[in-house]
Design a protein around this ligand. Structure first.
Ligand code: NAD
Length: 221
């Protein structure tokens, strides 16, 4: 396979839909060997139909033992792409301890688990890249009703910078991508769940400096 990423191995989370799916396809289209994971077997299966070169594995990023197992099997990879994320809708007054715990587990502790599992082999192999998906709703800016989500995505930026500074001497790059609103399946589901899809979409669009949503493919590229 030719392409800018020929010969590279990518481990990715949340590849079933949205940004993660677009990224898995973009990596594969650049010639990489992609191990694409998601907690949802149905969406993963359709990814395999779209690109037979992508290997898929069902993986829940809150499952530390499952992550350790797959990291041990794969050994050194060139890129770790942490995309799994979950949006809790609401302010601090809507966020109970279970919402807080789930948001931090899926959105940030998952990255701690994945990076800790893959990093030693990456260092031994001479280096690599880690890409974590954060959001503009983080330490960059606040979005309404994104209390705990914004807190987790700010934590992603802190985790990313900490790893970058600790391992730059080992040829490890660690970066975060902070998208604005992206036209993904889950955001459309959240807008529909309000009962006023068109009204919500217009509200979201109003606060996009570009005047439109980004596409998953744009973020992937
Ligand atoms: P999405 O929300 O539509 O899909 C999320 C994917 O993550 C699904 O395939 C789901 O099965 C998977 N997932 C959820 N929990 C998981 C778990 N425990 N283990 C493994 N996989 C799990 O996709 P999206 O909107 O493109 O979001 C992808 C990432 O981008 C998330 O981290 C999200 O916070 C971030 N993001 C999204 C937007 C946006 O507007 N859509 C903006 C900024 C950042």
């Amino acid at each position: 396979m030719s392409g800018r990423l020929a010969g590279k191995t990518i481990f990715a989370t949340a590849s079933g839909q949205g940004i993660g799916r677009a990224a898995a396809l973009a990596f594969a289209n650049e010639g990489a060997r992609v191990i694409a994971t998601d907690v949802n077997p149905e969406t993963l299966a359709t990814l395999e139909d779209e690109n037979a070169d992508i290997q898929t594995r069902v993986l829940d990023v809150t499952d530390g033992a499952g992550i350790a197992k797959i990291a041990a099997e794969l050994g050194a990879v060139d890129v770790v792409f942490n995309c799994a994320g979950y949006v809790h809708n609401g302010t601090i007054l809507d966020c109970d301890e279970a919402d807080w715990a789930r948001s931090f587990d899926v959105n940030i502790k998952s990255m701690y688990r994945v990076i800790k599992a893959f990093l030693p082999a990456m260092i031994d192999a001479g280096g690599g890249g880690i890409v974590n998906i954060s959001s503009v709703a983080s330490s960059i800016t606040a979005a309404p009703n994104r209390f705990v989500y914004g807190a987790t995505k700010a934590a992603v930026i802190g985790l990313t910078k900490a790893i970058a500074v600790d391992f730059v001497g080992k040829n490890i790059r660690c970066n975060a991508v902070c998208p604005g609103t992206v036209d993904s399946p889950s955001i459309n589901e959240r807008m529909a769940a309000t009962g006023d899809y068109e009204g919500m979409r217009a509200k979201f669009l109003e606060r996009q400096p570009m005047g439109r949503f980004a596409s998953p493919e744009e973020v992937a590229s």
